[in-house]
Design a protein around this ligand. Structure first.
Ligand code: 13P
Ligand code: SF4
Length: 307
């Protein structure tokens, strides 16, 4: 039996579901029951009736699934699948920050630890950040964390002045404006699409800004076009399936690497073999302390209710 068949067999025997993010390796996306963005994945995690959730993504995503499903086993193929954005917001430092502004409502982007979510009023994702912020009165003082680039983008779009935590994603800050403009000169007929974790100067060039799922929905409107895509390169797998005739070009990064494209090293620690082994051994498992879990559930549920 090959590894794909073995995973399918184990999944059936154990009543498990595999949820995968768009940044996972193509072979992982192909075996998953559901592939999506952070919002879609948390919605699927909230709905599933499986006994085991295998989260092919990064740690904060598996934690969110566990918070929504305390009675289920949540597995992550490799526990080192972290996130630079989540790491940029240590809970102790974040507590000091929010304590200094007690009158502010706290919105956190889902890319943060369960401890940080537990100090939050509402969680958001890149797919619903504008909607979540707009759900609050215009004059409400808000702290937005941890992504300063997404925060700046939301401030600009909504005309707000949210106080921003100084965090960012290494992958989305790796794009080179200079190389992007050079690439555009070679492909002046292309549309530029970007994830809002990218820096402001990259976002300024974009014809569309949105979450990974939003970017796929956008390209579907122009199935024969050419696109320069500023996000993690794993997204191109499902995107190309959605628009087989479109030409998809990964946005170039500052560093000269072999593929000239941007890969999230955290997302890419998961492999098909590790996915198989974690399902077989039902380990490594992601757990969240009861007190943290109960506090973090409130802002996650608020987000799901508003979405
Ligand atoms: P999405 O919400 O678009 O899936 O983004 C998740 C992420 O980690 C982007 O870096
Ligand atoms: Fe975190 Fe960036 Fe990787 Fe997304 S792409 S998981 S934000 S490090």
């Amino acid at each position: 039996m090959n590894i794909t068949e073995a995973i399918k067999k184990l999944k059936k025997e154990k009543n498990a579901v595999i949820l995968a993010h768009y940044y996972q390796y193509p072979e992982i996306q192909d075996i998953a029951d559901y592939v999506g963005d952070s919002l879609g994945l948390s919605q699927m995690a909230a709905e599933t009736d499986a006994d085991i959730i295998v989260f092919a993504g990064v740690h904060f995503m598996a934690e969110t699934a566990k918070i929504l499903n305390p009675e289920k086993k949540v597995l992550l193929p490799d526990l080192t699948a972290g996130c630079s954005l989540a790491d940029s917001c240590p809970p102790e430092k974040f507590k000091e920050f929010i304590d200094a502004y007690p009158d502010h409502t706290v919105i956190t982007y889902v890319n943060c630890s369960a401890e940080v979510k537990a100090m939050t009023d509402i969680v958001c994702t890149s797919g619903n950040a504008l909607k979540i912020v707009e759900s609050l009165p215009k004059d409400e003082p808000i702290i937005f964390a941890p992504d300063k680039n997404l925060g700046q983008y939301v401030n600009k779009e909504t005309g707000r002045n949210m106080l921003l935590w100084d965090g960012s994603c290494v992958v989305h800050e790796a794009f080179s404006l200079e190389k992007l403009l050079d690439l555009f000169k070679q492909h002046p007929d292309a549309l530029i699409i970007a994830h809002p974790e990218s820096e402001e100067h990259i976002l300024k060039t974009a014809n569309y800004i949105g979450s990974t799922a939003g970017m796929i929905n956008f390209v579907k409107k122009y199935p024969n076009k050419k696109f320069i895509v500023a996000t993690e390169v794993g997204l191109l797998h499902k995107m190309q399936q959605a628009v087989p005739k479109a030409e998809l070009i990964p946005a170039p990064t500052k560093e000269d690497n072999t593929c000239a494209c941007s890969e999230c090293a955290y997302m890419k620690v998961n492999t098909l073999q590790k996915l198989h082994d974690c399902l077989l051994n039902e380990s490594p498992e992601v757990n969240v302390l009861k007190e943290t879990r109960e506090k973090a559930l409130v802002p996650i549920q608020r987000m799901l209710d508003l979405s």
